[in-house]
Ligand binder design. Structure first.
Ligand code: EAX
Length: 324
């Protein structure tokens, strides 16, 4: 028995210090390659090729070819997908604390949201990914979410009464849209455009980068700049992949993820600057004068219910305080 135990220990030690030599990883995302997430993935791939001297190849798998964001994360948990970038939408199902990030009207601006996520609170949440077989590498972003619709222009909660709107698979968003008086349906992004074309839903909500990357004007004549939720995006690796790397290679991954997050945010800034004009040029009627106070008041019950239920009331208060 002793000899077997010795061999097992030796083998474990040996494999844990032998870094992967040549490797090929998949980096999954649901939007098209030409998007803020695509910029993150491409930057990560370029950085890893350079840092590893060409030993590590990252294949960017855009457009949801490896599934929706929940499926991507499940794939990373079992090691069938090595990397990805995902909005926090479905992540609350894995790490309930991240629901704190998805409360409506919680973040005041891109600047303050980025400061919170790049600070202590953001790092605390990234550290929680290791509880579920994932490595949270860095915070990129999806952006402030807006409503698009085929039913008509939206400027107040009265305009979303009964609206058949798709939400991400996120309990906070679902509850918030129910409180607004809409009829929300959760679904993976990979089903949304077909569902809009078939009329099973009339509306969806996403940041400008997603609207422009997917040419949503082809299926949604109206957009309203509600900016109702700031949607972070996490650059994330499978713990299984991570554990097979040397410390040096793990350092490369962290460096590449940081560069990827910066590239993502740069595209969001660009899309925020010119996206509304692009939407109008493509025929969308864009409402910018939205009664945000009325929307914020309508979703207050969501805070009262779910901040307690998910144990994130303190975290929500900390996020508010960090922006004062
Ligand atoms: O993360 O599912 C969504 O609406 C997300 O915003 C999109 O997949 C990008």
């Amino acid at each position: 028995m002793k000899f077997v135990a010795f061999c097992t220990a030796a083998l474990t030690t040996a494999t844990s210090v032998v870094a992967v030599q040549a490797a090929e990883w998949n980096f999954a995302l649901t939007p098209p390659l030409e998007s803020h997430y695509g910029a993150a993935a491409t930057t990560f791939a370029e950085q890893m090729a350079e840092l590893s001297g060409g030993d590590i190849t990252v294949n960017v798998k855009a457009g949801g070819v490896l599934g929706g964001e929940r499926e991507m994360l499940e794939g990373m948990q079992i090691g069938t997908i090595e990397l990805g970038i995902s909005s926090t939408g479905p992540i609350g199902n894995f790490i309930p604390e991240t629901y704190a990030l998805d409360f409506p009207f919680l973040f005041d601006s891109y600047e303050s949201a980025r400061a919170v996520l790049d600070g202590e609170i953001g790092q605390e949440l990234l550290d929680k990914f290791s509880d579920v077989g994932l490595v949270g590498l860095a915070w990129g972003e999806n952006g402030f979410r807006n409503i698009t619709s085929s039913r008509g222009p939206i400027s107040s909660p009265a305009d979303v009464e009964g609206l058949k709107i798709r939400t991400m698979e996120n309990e906070v968003h679902l509850d918030a849209f129910s409180e607004m008086g809409a009829a929300p349906t959760p679904m993976s992004w990979t089903e949304v455009i077909t569902s809009l074309q078939q009329g099973t839903i009339d509306a969806q909500e996403n940041p400008i980068p997603i609207i422009v990357a997917n040419n949503l004007w082809e299926v949604q004549p109206y957009a309203s700049m509600t900016q109702h939720v700031y949607s972070p995006a996490v650059i994330v690796m499978s713990q299984i992949t991570w554990d097979g790397l040397s410390e040096e290679q793990q350092g490369w991954v962290r460096e590449a993820a940081k560069a990827a997050a910066a590239a993502d945010r740069a595209v969001v800034d660009q899309n925020e600057a010119d996206g509304v004009a692009m939407m109008r040029e493509n025929g969308m009627e864009v409402v910018e004068d939205v009664d945000k106070e009325a929307f914020a008041a309508a979703v207050q019950p969501t805070y009262d219910k779910l901040a307690e239920e998910y144990g994130v009331a303190d975290l929500v208060d900390r996020i508010r305080a960090a922006q004062e």
